[in-house]
Design a protein around this ligand. Structure first.
Ligand code: SF4
Ligand code: SF4
Length: 321
């Protein structure tokens, strides 16, 4: 990247954690809007923003970081993250676990970021935030609903540097387009949950599934290949082969599965035979319930007739109670 060999920047995805809203400039920007900013090891604030910050990790962030560090998902999550809730919802996620008195990112050194080429999405966005209102709409509408905004904090001296970009150039330099693509469907799940509000219930099991699929692809893969999953869902062989070996394909598939199972979104079909046996099971349960109800009715009626007979009344007599 042009502006620094080993930088900085962080934000909660898609905005910066701990950012005071008053530091967000009240101006909608687009890809052609101009930006004057540069971050490099020579700025006086270098790495200042890698401390006391909240950095939410997306599934793609976790995948890239753990591969770089050659850790299993479980080892990475346990060592470098702590639990949090996403976007003020009850959806569980993880954030980087800060260390020491200075509450530093575990990957920062005085020389800069030690995982720079695999740094989280949030670190790439700063200081350009993105707002994206796309719930339930198509791609064209998504594009129309997307805009950017600038975060300008007093401690960040990058704004005093004399480097000019368009927002589009800055984003390309930071490699955020790929991140946008990789994070999009996952973020959409969180936004869906947010738009439903907390009155709409999501079971604890559903939340656990969301957390597992979002943070631990190893376990999600076992869930797909070692449970009755493939007997339940209709997946073509090509998809099965791909998600067996390709982590990114598995991650994207997990988003489709979560959207389908949590919110009833299309994208996954239950197998015909499963569906048929489920329908048969429901019909059987329904028939049994009807039979039980008929039997109970007969028994009640017989009991009533018996009581009336005891009192010397005939069923249907006007004197009966
Ligand atoms: S991951 Fe790198 S860029 Fe992001 S906060 Fe940590 S040290 Fe800074
Ligand atoms: S210039 Fe801004 S983004 Fe760069 S290190 Fe300083 S505070 Fe962080």
């Amino acid at each position: 990247m042009a502006q620094s060999e080993q930088p900085e920047q962080h934000t909660v995805f898609p905005g910066k954690g701990n950012t005071n809203p008053s530091n967000i400039l009240p101006q909608k920007l687009d890809l052609n809007s101009s930006l004057k900013f540069q971050c490099h090891p020579g700025v006086s604030c270098f790495t200042a923003c890698c401390h006391t910050i909240k950095i939410i990790l997306t599934p793609y962030d976790i995948l890239m970081l753990r591969k770089r560090l050659q850790l299993s998902a479980d080892e990475f999550i346990t060592t470098y993250t702590e639990p949090t809730y996403l976007e003020k919802t009850d959806m569980p996620g993880v954030q980087l676990k800060l260390t020491g008195d200075k509450q530093a990112c575990p990957f920062v050194t005085p020389e800069g970021c030690t995982v720079y080429t695999d740094r989280p999405s949030a670190c790439r966005y700063y200081p350009v935030g993105m707002a994206d209102f796309h719930e339930g709409r198509n791609e064209e509408e998504d594009a129309e609903e997307k805009f950017f905004f600038l975060v300008k904090e007093a401690h960040c001296k990058g704004h005093e540097e004399d480097k000019h970009w368009t927002i589009g150039e800055w984003r390309a330099d930071q490699g955020v387009d790929l991140r946008d693509e990789m994070n999009k469907e996952w973020l959409r799940l969180v936004m869906r949950r947010k738009s439903f509000g907390l009155q709409a219930s999501l079971s604890e099991a559903a939340k656990r599934m969301f957390f597992m699929a979002s943070t631990d692809l190893d376990t999600f893969r076992s869930f797909v290949f070692e449970s009755s999953f493939l007997k339940t869902y209709d997946l073509d062989q090509e998809t099965i082969d791909r998600i067996k070996t390709d982590d990114v394909a598995l991650m994207l598939f997990s988003f489709t599965y979560l959207a389908n199972s949590l919110f009833g979104a299309p994208g996954l079909q239950i197998r015909e035979d499963k569906l048929r046996s489920k329908i048969e099971q429901l019909q059987k349960q329904q028939n049994e319930a009807v039979q039980r109800a008929e039997q109970e009715y007969k028994e009640l009626k017989a009991e009533r007739d018996r009581m009336l007979a005891e009192r010397g009344q005939r069923p249907g007599s006007p004197k009966e109670d």
